[in-house]
Write a protein that binds this ligand. Structure first.
Ligand code: PLP
Length: 382
């Protein structure tokens, strides 16, 4: 059975009369009939999750080909939980310089307060990453494509290093969403996703998930989640589960629109460089093609030299593209990124002529989006 069929039928099958979707039980207290059940490990308290959470976990396991799933209240918390669960005071972690900014901040600021050190690595190092492994290195974080600059990390090389050295690999698979790539199938130990993006798909809820096939790691993650009191609200869990049913379909449309808008932008005189790993012009295209089966609507670009005033004119003239954080919803977004770039290692675009922009192509007709960008460029020159 194909993945897009399986994800629709996680609740089907014969059995007692039931709705197509699971009930959303809003509650902290669950009333239980016996002392034995009260102190059992079933659905005993809202924080541990109720019916909709179990169904979402099962669907996510199917998506990422995992055996264990733990839900979190947002994507950043899934990274904090996974990394925090496997490291202890005295340990060291390698983090890619292209990781989502708040993930890097967590690793440097929070982990260091917990006595854990980290080193930011150039995402293009490949097998040379081995040189950065220290005696106390315990884990390697991967995010590919990397946030904002879309660098592709050689996941197979990193997995090999980790296997040779006995390290744990953790992959932020928010871009891949369990559709474009399944890191666990490539030997990665733990996968995290911000459900907030493509799984929810409508910019109306947040959520996160940590998945693994290792019972030992799943146990560490579960204990850490209990200790930190991590939970996901039932309405957000429901939004995540509902979004999964149309994930493949939406991603196909995001991908198609993304390619069309990216190719159009690449021909514009105002654009210096489009950073879309699915385009042959991307420096890591071959690596991306080896490991990823599809793309989506998220990519970046750099402009040719321009003034702040002209950039503002362009951004303020956009009508269909909104300016706001996050991505993965049905709507198109475009943001300037230099203020949050903060790169120290392997910044391929450090000598760019103009600002870095990130584009999310939503589910609108791509021709309308192109027309919107066209008129915004015209306003830039007016
Ligand atoms: C790659 C990546 N990982 C994690 C997150 C964090 O997700 P959330 O906003 O749900 O905390 C984001 C958010 O933009 C992201 O882009």
């Amino acid at each position: 059975m194909k993945d897009k069929t399986k994800i629709i039928h996680t609740r089907s099958g014969r059995g007692p009369v039931k709705t197509v979707n699971p009930p959303v039980e809003r509650g902290s207290t669950v009333l239980l009939p016996t002392r034995e059940i009260l102190y059992g490990d079933g659905k005993v308290y809202g924080r541990m999750g109720l019916t909709v959470h179990r169904e979402l976990e099962a669907a996510l396991c199917l998506l990422e080909n995992a055996e264990h799933c733990r839900l979190t209240s947002n994507g950043l918390q899934s990274i904090a939980l996974a990394v925090g669960a496997v490291l202890e005071a005295g340990d060291h972690i390698l983090i890619p310089d292209c990781a989502y900014g708040p993930s890097r901040r967590y690793c440097t600021r929070r982990l260091s307060a917990m006595g854990i050190s980290s080193t930011r690595f150039n995402p293009t190092l490949g097998a040379k990453l081995d040189d950065l492994v220290q005696d106390n290195t315990k884990a390697i974080l991967i995010e590919s494509p990397g946030s904002l600059t879309m660098d592709i990390i050689d996941v197979r090389a990193v997995v090999q290093i980790a296997k040779d050295r006995g390290l744990i690999t953790l992959f932020d698979n928010t871009w891949g969403a369990g559709v474009a790539i399944r890191p666990l199938d490539l030997g990665v130990d733990i996968v995290m996703q911000a459900l907030t993006k493509y799984p929810v798909g409508h910019a109306d809820a947040l959520g996160g998930a940590v998945l693994t096939n290792s019972a030992r790691l799943a146990n560490k993650i579960a204990m850490c989640s209990e200790d930190w009191g991590i939970s996901l609200g039932p309405d957000d869990a429901y939004a995540g589960l509902r979004g999964l049913r149309s994930l493949h379909l939406r991603l196909k449309q995001h991908e198609e629109g993304g390619y069309k808008v990216a190719r159009w932008l690449a021909e514009r005189p105002e654009v210096e460089c489009v950073l879309h790993p699915g385009l042959e012009s991307h420096p890591d295209h071959a690596l991306w093609k080896r490991d990823f089966s599809s793309a989506n609507g998220l990519f970046s670009l750099t402009l040719n030299e321009t003034s702040d005033e002209k950039l503002d004119k362009f951004l303020e003239a956009m009508k269909l593209f909104g300016m706001g954080f996050s991505w993965g919803g049905f709507e198109s977004l475009l943001i300037p990124c230099d203020d949050q770039l903060d790169r120290i290692e392997g910044d391929r675009i450090h000598d760019r002529a103009g600002p870095l922009l990130r584009v999310h192509v939503g589910l609108e007709d791509p021709d309308d989006l192109i027309a919107d960008l066209d008129q915004a460029f015209a306003a830039m020159h007016a």
